[in-house]
Design a protein around this ligand. Sequence first.
Ligand code: VG1
Ligand code: CO
Length: 542
Amino acid sequence: MIKTVATTAYDDQKPGTSGLRKKVPHFQRPNYVQNFIQSIFDSLEGFEGETLVIGGDGRYFNREVIQIALRMAAAAGFGKAMVGRGGILSTPAASNIIRKYGAFGGIILSASHNPGGPNEDFGIKYNAGNGGPAPEKLTDQIFARTKEITEYRILDAPDLDLDTEGSFDLGGMTVEVIDPVADYAELMESLFDFPALKAMFANGFTMSMDSMSAVTGPYAKEILENRLGAAPGTVKNATPLPDFGGHHPDPNLVHAKELHDLMMSAEAPDFGAASDGDGDRNLIIGKGIFISPSDSLAMLAANAHLAPGYAAGLAGIARSMPTSGAADRVAEKFGIGLYETPTGWKFFGNLLDAGMATICGEESAGTGSNHVREKDGLWAVLLWLNILAVRGESAKAIAEAHWKEFGRNYYARHDYEGIDSEAANGLMDALRAKLADLPGTEIAGLRVAAADDFAYHDPVDGSVSSKQGIRVMFEGGSRVVFRLSGTGTSGATLRVYIERYEDDPAKLGEETQAALSDLIAAAEEVADISTRTGRSEPDVIT
Ligand code: VG1
Ligand code: CO
């Protein structure tokens, strides 16, 4: 029986960079989840009898929300729902399932790299039929709907067993509980040279993969250990836990410090990697060398043709605006398009669908390609492995050769987390107000060449997204970028992105923060960071 339940609208259900994210207790407010899911359905058309994919990263509250989503999907008239066993689907795996089975769309439950647990973060996002995050037009529509919703519809039915694979009936809708890993592993096998990787491991190649007690554990174990023959134990923290073992599942140098320390030690294996809460980010650390995500994007793009799935070359490369320009030089060499988008994977979808870009990436440890419509952590790891296998060189040798050929974009991101929202907005407003006066002036000894607030004109659908980050560009090609995070759940996070290009062969091996010190001083001076935020140091440097 379908029930129609009266509800009161909330005014704070605006999806951010990647879906709606709040603390778990916030999501547990009366009908908070139901309102948002009904608002998604109310903003879609033509899904009667169609398939909806539902899955999440296994964090606290995942199973409860899946049960609600299933009953609401049945009430809304979907014909079928595909759910990962145990409620598990990594974000890229969900994207693949949507595409492979021609689903209408999917609901992904994740707060990605944010911590999980009864008092930590949860998130809901909708992905469309192309497998990618809902574009802004749709998220705007969903938000508008959340503010006026007065009722939702839900099937009156007991919870389904999500731990047994098979087909079940839920009020006339078929629920198919599927193996969360099989389709994804098959996709990876179609893109990369598994026999060559197997031979590399058989010949003694060693690696350490930290799944951070998050969703990639089962995927990495199946692919690296079972299919490719990496030694048992290669995948660390391989069991997804509802609270990620109390850690922050963000694969950066702060939260994956153990891996970093191992890779810099005498006991380092040949290659190290990590992935985040929902499996779409990657961290790459070679023996004795951290590869910054922006550099990794450029190096993957420069070498992708060595893997079978990309043997025909790339159609183009897309990167988010704050991501360094390292990939631009690769695009230039190949004579292919380079697209600069706002932060967030939803902006890559059109370029990928139109065949304009093959590989995309973000400085926040996200890289991916046209194989799905999300960034993909394990994909990046496997592409690196495929490149290492073909070139027979270490990650360090490949990085150094890359810098020699293209020059090096020294790059760092400084995050000031949990700062007062008003102070953060005040800082951005003050910067915006002086943009026009900056060109030609000197800041901390550096001359400003240009300054603007980045606006994106989507070349495919013509839509415009403005206020996407403030850029201060200096003579010589260095820059600092300021933006506020759209994924946090408490206060505001200021992100300061700092970049300097260097092509002097004698200056390619400097320590990053030292190489950027004058720009760091300029960022402080132009934005008044310490006075306005009350912080003298960033919380996280990546
Ligand atoms: C951050 C990153 C952005 C990424 C987004 C989602 O957004 O900067 O590059 O796409 O997280 O990643 P923001 O608005 O906080 O800067 V994930 O791994 O949370 O899906
Ligand atoms: Co993520």
